[in-house]
Design a protein around this ligand. Sequence first.
Ligand SMILES: [Fe+2]
Ligand SMILES: [Fe+2]
Length: 220
Amino acid sequence: MTLSFYEHTFADTPTLGGGATPTGTYSNLDHVWQAAEPFMRTRMNDVHLPMTVMYAEFILDTEPDADPEVTRVAALMHDVGWSRVDGDKILTEGFRSDNFLTSDIRVEHEKHGCDIAREILPGCGYDDAFITSITDIIDGHDTRKQHHSLEDAIMRDSDRLWRFHPTGLGFSAEWFGQTPQWVLGDLTGRVMGEMITPTGRAMAEAELNSSMRILRLDIL
Ligand SMILES: [Fe+2]
Ligand SMILES: [Fe+2]
């Protein structure tokens, strides 16, 4: 089963769900992963953030004008701020409230994420200008309507892409307290329309066509 209005599949679009790997040569970020690891257990970010970085690399493969280091470090760090918010409110206010995308807890996780970036990135060898370019992306990544740079656009697409994959689709259903079918409606009715880059959009279509087949969303 595929949705006829989503034309892209794994046959024409290299992406994570299809077993592809990014083709560009990217710097080793092991030291950043290690520095950020203590902030990654909350809200499954030790699954969400690695997947976000890989999606970012697929988009970077086709966006030569973007700064890959800024994009990848921003993707790696963007949600670490969840580790410092009131854990009891993550689901009730961050996912299951009417204004979940602009809720106070969403703003808080963005601000804390910027603080953590300022705390750990100097020790990873980055200068103030680089760190500001990271916090400019983290700040408002959920609550700001518009992107303000190509790197910001790629990070936002990468953040959304995991929701089209069965892993992120499943976590979304759990966190929103809804069914996979409800998440499918949210993806087709809202999230797909927010994709910015051509590669991000194509990967979202290919991932969703696959997820619909895997998760039997024609019936379930
Ligand atoms: Fe976020
Ligand atoms: Fe995220």
